[in-house]
Structure formats: C-alpha cells, structure tokens
Design a protein around this ligand. Structure first.
Ligand code: HEC
Length: 276
C-alpha cells in the first residue's frame, strides 16, 4: 500500500516529471552541442538577453544565475504579472516547455518571441545557457575560445549589427518622473565614430570596446546632468528589428531611457557633411 510508505511516495513525486513533459536529464543536456546552442542563442535570444554576471538588462532580464532563481524575481527588471506570479524556479524542463510554446506555457507573458524554438535546438540552447549563466561547470569545446579576427572592421565582424545601427536612426525618450522630464530625441550613429542628434547643441560619439561592447556618450543634453554614457553588447543588436520603443535602460538613477530603431537616414542629418 503506497499510503503506508511515505518515503516511496516522496521519491515518486521527486522523480516523475510534470504531466506531459519529457524530462531533459542533465546527462542528456551535457551531451548537447555547445556551438549549436551558442549560435541559436545569439540568433534567437541575444537581442533581448545578456548572460554574463552583472551585464545589463536589455528588453529582457540579464540571465546570469537564472537556473537558481524563482521566475520573475530579478529585482531591477519589470516583469509581466504572469511571470512575477509564476512562483517556480527555472529548470531545464521549464525552460524547454516555455521555448516550445512561448505564448501558451505562461499565458500573458511579455517575452514576445515570434515562434517556438525548434526541438532540435532546445537542448543545445539550454546546454549553452547552463554553462554561460554559471549553473554548471561543464567544459566548453575548444571552438568556444576561438577568437574571431579582431583586426577585421566591425562591419565585417558584425554585419547585422553594423547595418542595423549605422544606417538607421535611434529614437529615444528620456523619462524622469521625479524631475518631471519627458524628452524625446533622435540619434544617428555615423560610421566615423560620431553621433549626430536632432537636438541643437547635442552631439555624441561611440566606440566598440575590447570586450565587444558598443559604448556611446551624448553631451549637451537639456536633461539630467547634461550628458550620459551607456554600453551594451554588440551581440544584443544581432536581430535587426524596428520599433518605436524596443528597450529601456537606466543611464542615471531615477531615469528611464526608452530606445527604439526606425528605418533610414533621417532628414535632419547634415547632408553637406555626411561623414559616412
Ligand atoms: C524580444 C525580446 C526577447 C527575446 C528575443 C527573448 N526574450 Fe526572454 N524574456 C524577454 C522578456 C521581456 C522577459 C520577461 C517576460 C515577462 O515578464 O513576462 C523574458 C524572460 C525570459 C526568461 C525568464 C527570466 C526570469 O528572470 O524569470 C528566460 C529564462 C528567458 N527569457 C529566456 C529566453 C531565451 C532562451 C530566449 C531565446 C530563445 C529568449 N528569452 C528570447 C524578452 C525576450
């Protein structure tokens, strides 16, 4: 009689996966292909998520330590109510189920990926994420350390990033509720390292760091302390997307900076001095 053997019942609860789910064992996950996972993550996830410890949130939360935390619990990210109330800890199985059914698994979530991640890619993505979010200490394959030719110009190293950011305009909205500031402005990043804006007296410049972060500074701003600096991973721009407000960052305490990209070179960029 089961009821008389609580230990066995407990063991069963522990081992039996949630109804209808295939169990992804750690052994099977460890066998998955890191490079396949890396590529799939870069293509499908990195536009919205960083993985490394202390990296910034983009449109989605930074995922370092995600397999140790309760869903929707990163303090500095604003989740949907659905994720905030989900109440479970992320596990490979949970993530697998979500990526298989991005809207149905957690109805009302705001992750907004357009389609399910193919079954063939999911174990690889999860393998890659387990390593890169610090959940396991599995060895990375040697190819993981192959450095792309760093002497190549950014246009060759990251064509999708380059074409997206250098030839379209970025719309921003600076929002500081406490100071009563709501300041929309546009920036056009030029290939020569400068940044033009549609505001009088406001200019900027940008630089790609050794760790492949795109960093830019704006000065002459009529809000905040008058200038700002911000960096984000180049990989975050891997998926070219256009929208008015795609991400939100915090360049200064209390400030929300909403950003989005719209196609094309704007009229206000000085046609006489295109610097391209
Ligand atoms: C378009 C932007 C976008 C893309 C692309 C995206 N995510 Fe997300 N992700 C989000 C947002 C926004 C949230 C928060 C969802 C919510 O609050 O409902 C999120 C949440 C998550 C969480 C939960 C984090 C937590 O703290 O609970 C995980 C895990 C995750 N995403 C993994 C992925 C993976 C893996 C991919 C690629 C297959 C991916 N995401 C692609 C935007 C994105």
């Amino acid at each position: 009689m089961r009821r008389t053997i609580p230990g066995v019942i407990l063991l069963c609860v522990w081992l039996v996966p949630a109804a209808g789910q295939e169990r992804l064992t750690m052994a099977a996950l460890q066998e998955a292909d890191y490079m396949q996972g890396k590529q799939a993550f870069q293509g499908r996830c990195s536009a919205c998520h960083t993985l490394a410890d202390s990296s910034s949130n983009i449109a989605g939360p930074n995922l370092w330590g995600v397999f140790d935390r309760v869903a929707g619990s990163k303090a500095d990210f604003r989740y949907s109510e659905t994720l905030e109330k989900a109440g479970f800890e992320w596990s490979p199985d949970r993530l697998d189920a979500w990526l298989d059914d991005p809207t149905g698994y957690l109805p009302g979530n705001i992750m907004g990926i357009p389609e399910a991640v193919p079954a063939a890619d999911r174990p690889a993505i999860i393998h890659f994420m387990l390593i890169e979010t610090g959940a396991v200490d599995w060895e990375r394959p040697p190819e993981a350390f192959a450095v792309a030719d760093r002497s190549a110009p950014p246009a060759e190293r990251w064509p999708s990033f380059w074409n997206h950011l250098m030839f379209n305009r970025v719309l921003y909205r600076w929002e500081d509720a406490a100071a009563g500031e709501n300041f929309p402005f546009e920036v056009y990043f030029k290939t020569d390292g400068s940044a033009a804006t549609n505001q009088k007296g406001m200019t900027g410049f940008w630089h790609i760091t050794e760790r492949d972060f795109f960093c830019y500074a704006l000065t002459g701003m009529p809000v905040g302390v008058g200038s700002m600096v911000e960096c984000f991973p180049v990989a975050a721009m891997a998926i070219p997307r256009f929208a008015r407000e795609l991400w939100t960052s915090n360049p200064q305490a209390e400030v929300k900076l909403h950003g989005g990209i719209q196609p094309g070179r704007p009229d206000w960029v000085d046609a006489e001095n295109p610097a391209m």
